[in-house]
Design a protein around this ligand. Structure first.
Ligand code: GLN
Length: 532
């Protein structure tokens, strides 16, 4: 079922195999009709992650990148929508030569074509394919059918792992294997047999439990892997799995001579995290939030949270994150003074008008009170609007996303994006993926990145309006990063402030646990220097 950590398990297996010296690619099969995750509400579906090539996908791809410390591309994502879209288009082009095109076999064939494509493009030693959803449901059956065909074609090259949940009902206090037994049967009905079962549970699977699963599910005991909740971090999962000799069993199946996994970097990361607990820094993330609870919020902003942690552990401190609903500042502007209680404030990416005035009030407060500030995308745009209103005295300055009739459109839409909106062409049409950014020397950005040309990932439609550039500069704003091809503003910062930086892109998407992002490292460092 969803949420048991299939993504983390898959990514962790990839990380272990990579640490053995193998090259790894991972494909996510998502059983939804959307072509990508770009049109989905992050508060319902979780964060929209963006890859270098501008693919809008979900957090699993983010986890693959973080665990493998390598970039993914559009080829790493297969959705039901993508598969049907291609098949239907091919049918219109007479690709099937007048045949009746059917769900079986044409849909699984298209899935296989996409899998083979990754094999051909990247030639990985190991290709991991994660199938989303639950075995037995209607939605992902086309993917299971594709796996069945894969297994028939390459029986010795395909190893099937089932990730299964083992509940421990509170009233019993005992781990139950029955749901696993039944899901294995359901898998068998799809013509598949598991070569390995990874048991996800609150606690470790003991030997009696493993024996039981082995007998009822036809899997030898060494191939039943215990994967209890990690006590420190998801990045402990590779270590947990390898303690269970997961690679030994996989190598035995493929008859590969065993290579030793070197998980030292992950162990070092965990050690850093443990050390960080003694020093807490308070970070306020100001956004428009729905009443969905902290748990869902964590899902919607997972990359920001991850990036903060990666950087904070470098400084041996722990980021305590508070979600601050910007609407409270609209009802009661005096509340902004509570931002003094934070070591640093972030306004993350966002869309639409709700809560914007509150975010602007928050930015005004942190600017005037020298509180470290990091603005991510919308957070950068609104920092410009705030500056225009309160420093340049353009009272009604705004982004045209919120007020299309403002006299001072500080943030405005480019003509090509205007057409997209008029044509209701919303899918995959934002400014997406990596673009160049040239950094000015003698700037805070240069101090942090230590290089002149950087590439960062984008996901937005609106831009800083260069008409106002000079006036902003005269009053102390520095445009320290510019996209050279289109002359678009990428980074802003303030001279007279200990740490105030806004970026049009999403640095959080490129932060990795073993490779934290320089902007976040700088931000955390400034929060440590900030005396409340
Ligand atoms: N809504 C803004 C835009 O589309 C910012 C987007 C974002 O924060 N990702 O330009």
């Amino acid at each position: 079922m969803s949420g048991i950590g299939k993504g983390v398990v898959t990514a962790s297996l990839g990380a272990i195999l990579k640490s053995c010296g193998f090259s790894v690619q991972i494909i996510k099969c998502d059983p939804y009709i959307n072509l990508d995750a770009g049109t989905m509400n992050p508060f319902e579906h979780g964060e929209v992650f963006v890859t270098d090539d501008g693919t809008e996908c979900d957090q699993d791809i983010g986890n693959y990148e973080r665990f493998l410390n390598q970039n993914c591309s559009t080829h790493n994502l297969i959705t039901t929508g993508r598969v049907y879209y291609t098949v239907i288009n091919k049918e219109r082009q007479m690709h099937y030569g007048g045949k009746c095109v059917e769900v079986i076999p044409h849909i699984p064939y298209e899935i296989l074509r996409r899998i083979y494509l990754v094999r051909r493009l990247y030639k990985p030693d190991f290709l991991l394919i994660e199938i989303g959803g639950t075995v037995g449901e209607y939605q992902n059956s086309i993917f299971l059918e594709a796996v069945r065909l894969l297994k028939i074609r390459h029986s010795h090259d395909v190893f099937l792992i089932m990730v299964s949940y083992l509940p421990i009902p509170k009233n019993l206090g005992e781990m139950k294997t029955k749901p696993t037994q039944y899901s294995v049967r359901t898998l068998n009905e799809a013509g598949l047999t598991a070569d390995m079962i990874i048991g996800r549970s609150e606690k470790s699977l003991d030997l009696p439990r493993k024996r039981k699963i082995s007998v009822f599910c036809n899997v030898p005991i060494p191939n039943i892997i215990s994967c209890p909740d990690a006590s420190t971090s998801i990045y402990e999962v590779p270590i947990i799995l390898e303690k269970e000799n997961v690679t030994q069993q996989i190598f035995r199946y493929f008859q590969i001579r065993k290579k030793k996994a070197d998980l030292t970097p992950w162990q070092q990361f965990i050690n850093k995290k443990i050390k960080s607990f003694s020093r807490e820094i308070k970070i306020g993330i100001v956004g428009k939030y729905f009443e969905i609870g902290d748990f869902a919020l964590e899902d919607s902003y997972i990359s920001v949270i991850e990036a903060l942690k990666h950087a904070a552990f470098e400084w041996k401190c722990f980021p305590k994150i508070n979600w601050i609903n910007s609407e409270i500042f609209e009802k009661n502007p005096a509340e902004t003074k509570n931002l003094k209680n934070y070591h640093g404030v972030i306004v993350p990416g966002g869309f639409g008008a709700r809560g914007v005035e509150g975010k602007i009030k928050a930015i005004k407060f942190v600017r005037e009170n020298n509180i470290p500030y990091l603005g991510l995308c919308y957070g950068m745009q609104l920092a410009c609007v705030e500056f225009a209103r309160n420093v340049l005295n353009f009272q009604d300055a705004n982004t045209t996303e919120v007020n299309p009739n403002t006299k001072h459109p500080i943030i405005d839409i480019l003509p090509d994006q205007k057409i997209n909106l008029r044509m209701k062409n919303y899918g995959a049409s934002m400014r997406l993926g990596v673009y160049d950014c040239l950094i000015k020397e003698n700037s805070l950005a240069f101090q942090l990145y230590k290089q002149k040309l950087i590439k960062e990932r984008h996901r937005h439609r609106y831009e800083f309006n260069n008409y106002y550039l000079k006036e902003f500069e005269d009053k102390g704003m520095v445009f320290s990063g510019i996209n050279p091809q289109r002359n678009l503003i990428e980074i802003i910062e303030l001279k007279k402030h200990p740490f105030f930086i806004g970026v049009q892109f999403h640095p959080e998407l490129r932060s990795r646990p073993l490779n934290p992002h320089p902007l976040f490292i700088g931000f955390i460092k400034s929060t440590l220097n900030f005396n409340q």
